[in-house]
Design a protein. Structure first.
Length: 306
């Protein structure tokens, strides 16, 4: 294995090990009580929540745990945004108002289990559970079709599983430097596990920290879920735009940078209605470094489906 992955480039939460986690199997959307809206006083953004002004919080119950969904109401299609490992919905707070204004569409962000205002769920991280949480939230919010996903990093695994299980829900996806199946070969998995051990050891010293908790739960299932993810396929009926950053999550390791970009190229070439976009001058946090590009490609995806 040549190259040294930069510790600095992997400083974003879970950036090495938690590029990950998909387990094969059926996903069942759970039904439950209708989504409960928060009182008016809690609907606007605040320094505590970091949510955009105008977003309404809905607490969704799925299998006994509550999840926070934030809805900026619009008309027509729905844009659903999900961030990478360790990041909650506030990651998108600056982009949501611009996307809502540009498309007129409803914009939904949410806190995955154990992050933000959502309840933690014990045990190893499983993509089936993450997809069930998202499907249940959308169902209870009355969103049944015409959804464009804007998913970053680890959320690429959730997007892939959701697309496989429920392609009719989606009109398209913008995958922002996201996990893609071609990257997770046995060699890459072994390399990530070995590199991430110091991060795991440090996380064990403070396991109650939300980011550490997610890292540790992801590590429990990483090899199995990543191996399964490598075999996953994206449905031909769902258009996808893949934005790949210039530096990737592996800035400082030319070998890993090339493998990451090569995986994006392979994914795009493997099916129809797929486009590859290079995010020049961007780190892995494309939404922070190049929000203009994420906004433009999402606008294009929404417009193409109208």
């Amino acid at each position: 294995m040549s190259g040294t992955i930069s510790r600095r480039s992997l400083s974003s939460p879970l950036s090495a090990l938690a590029l990950l986690a998909l387990a094969a199997g059926a996903v069942t959307a759970c039904t439950g009580p209708q989504a409960a809206s928060e009182p008016e006083a809690s609907r606007s953004a605040s320094p505590e929540t970091g949510q955009p002004v105008g977003a309404t919080r809905h607490m969704i119950d799925n299998g006994g745990h509550d999840l926070a969904f934030y809805v900026t109401q619009g008309t027509g299609p729905t844009n659903v945004l999900d961030s990478g490992g360790g990041e909650d919905s506030s990651y998108w707070k600056d982009l949501v108002p611009e996307l809502h204004e540009a498309t007129g569409a409803t914009v939904i962000t949410y806190d995955r289990a154990g992050l933000g205002q959502s309840d933690a769920v014990p045990g190893p991280w499983q993509v089936e559970s993450a997809v069930s949480d998202l499907e249940s939230g959308l169902e209870q919010l009355g969103v049944t079709d015409d959804v464009t996903l804007v998913f970053h990093s680890q959320a690429g695994q959730i997007a892939t599983c959701l697309a496989q299980e429920n392609p009719a829900l989606l009109s398209g996806a913008v995958l922002v430097d996201a996990n893609l199946p071609p990257f997770f070969t046995d060699e890459r998995i072994e390399r990530l596990v070995a590199f991430s051990q110091p991060q795991l050891d440090a996380a064990k010293e403070d396991p109650d920290d939300p980011q550490n908790r997610q890292l540790l739960s992801t590590a429990e299932s990483f090899v199995a879920t990543s191996t399964a993810f490598h075999r996953a396929t994206w449905p031909d009926t769902v258009p996808a735009t893949v934005i790949v950053s210039e530096k990737t999550p592996f800035d400082g390791s030319p070998e890993d940078v090339q493998r990451w970009k090569g995986a994006a190229e392979s994914f795009v070439q493997a099916g129809p209605h797929r486009t590859l976009i290079a995010a020049d001058d961007s780190s892995h946090d494309v939404a922070k470094d190049r929000p203009d590009l994420v906004l433009e490609e999402t606008e294009n995806m929404v417009a193409a489906q109208r």
